[in-house]
Design a protein around this ligand. Structure first.
Ligand SMILES: C[S@@+](CC[C@H](N)C(=O)[O-])C[C@H]1O[C@@H](n2cnc3c(N)ncnc32)[C@H](O)[C@@H]1O
Length: 346
């Protein structure tokens, strides 16, 4: 299992291979070999989960996934776990509710491997990829608004904002204009129809990804509220972890990595104000200490075996015994995102 979210799996080397990304590095940062209670918020194909269970006979793992097909696919691992794995269909943004429902103890570790799975990318009917023609869906869960609902229902301005901020697409305004013009003729219902439309507006870079890559990424992030989910999960993990517990997050694009980096910086007592305008707010006691100072990326060996690992970044921190902090100041909506660096929407 791998696969992360640019919808550009052709360039990534073809069909799904179930290879978890940065697995050794995740285990080193999470330290499940201590034993204890762990939560995997992104079960996927169960690559991390199987390795966590194997690392110590007394590890107990709760794994979540919002995709019902991931839950169905994990039942064999549940059966083989001797009662040590429980697998729950839920969003990781709701992990606190899940922990309450399941009466979980304070956790020794939480891991998140954010993004879309290879299975999701490679099933045409899920509508994540322009490599196949399929319905314009992109929902990881089985409910909620689809990409077709967004593309055919949102205002031109909001579509442009989504494509600009979540896709970092410079031609966002032109893409949104073309979408609105096309849907006046007929609704845009398939991945191929959208990809062809974007390709008419965004010039193809012969050495770059497909011109629709950034637009597809943006719609997927919006459909699944991926940034909001991540922010909610970081705060929930802060409240659920026991002192000494580890939070390990693997991300695949810069917006997510920035959210994780800034969260850890603030929780380690950094990042308030700047050198010209230092924050006057009292500094709250650090709730995390760094495990990784810089993001961990895939080794050359891993990249050779799995090119999809190329944009993976791992950050990890250890929970202190200070009380969890308020949720102020985190990006939770489009309006709070800074403009992509050095770019103006056209
Ligand atoms: C990259 S895969 C995880 C792969 C996994 N680490 C493995 O080793 O097989 C990401 C998974 O997270 C799930 N997912 C993404 N966002 C989620 C969310 N907000 N809540 C729960 N699951 C989510 C996706 O459905 C997908 O199955």
């Amino acid at each position: 299992m791998t696969g992360h979210g640019d919808g550009n799996a052709d360039a990534d080397g073809g069909p799904a291979r179930h290879v978890p990304v940065l697995l050794g590095e995740v285990l080193e940062a999470l330290q499940p070999a201590r034993g204890g209670a762990f939560l995997d918020g992104t079960f996927g194909a169960g690559g991390y989960a199987a390795a966590i269970l194997k690392s110590h006979p007394d590890v107990r793992l709760t794994a979540l996934d919002r995709d019902p097909s991931a839950i169905a696919g994990g039942q064999a691992l549940v059966a083989a776990s001797g009662g040590r794995l429980q697998l729950v269909e839920a969003c990781f943004g709701d992990m606190e509710q899940a922990a309450r429902d399941l009466a979980l103890p304070p956790l020794d570790g939480v891991v998140l491997d954010i993004g879309v799975s290879s299975m999701q990318l490679d099933q045409a009917e899920r509508g994540f990829s322009f490599r196949f023609d399929g319905p314009l869906d992109m929902r990881m869960a089985s409910s909620g608004e689809s990409a077709a609902d967004l593309v055919n229902g949102e205002s031109e301005e909001r579509l442009a904002d989504i494509i600009y901020h979540f896709g970092e697409e410079r031609r966002a305004r032109a893409v949104a204009r073309a979408i609105v013009a096309a849907r006046k003729e007929a609704p845009i219902l398939t991945t191929r129809a959208l990809a062809d439309l974007v390709a008419r507006v965004v010039r193809a870079d012969p050495n770059g990804p497909h011109p629709a890559t950034r637009t597809f990424q943006a719609l997927r992030i919006a459909v699944n509220d991926e940034l909001g989910e991540l922010v909610r999960a970081l705060h929930a993990a802060e409240r659920l972890l026991a002192p000494g517990g580890r939070l390990v997050v693997v991300t695949f694009h810069s917006l997510e990595d920035r959210i994780v980096k800034q969260f850890f910086a603030r929780r380690q007592g950094r990042g308030g104000g700047n050198r010209f305008a230092p924050s006057l707010a009292p500094v709250a006691a650090a709730t995390f200490t760094a495990v990784t100072r810089n993001p961990v990326t895939a080794s050359q060996n891993e990249l050779r075996a799995n090119p999809r690992a190329r944009s993976a970044k791992l950050r990890a921190a250890t929970r202190t015994d200070a009380p969890a902090q308020d949720e102020d100041g985190d990006v939770t909506s489009l309006a709070m995102l800074p403009a992509p660096t050095g770019r103006r929407a056209r």
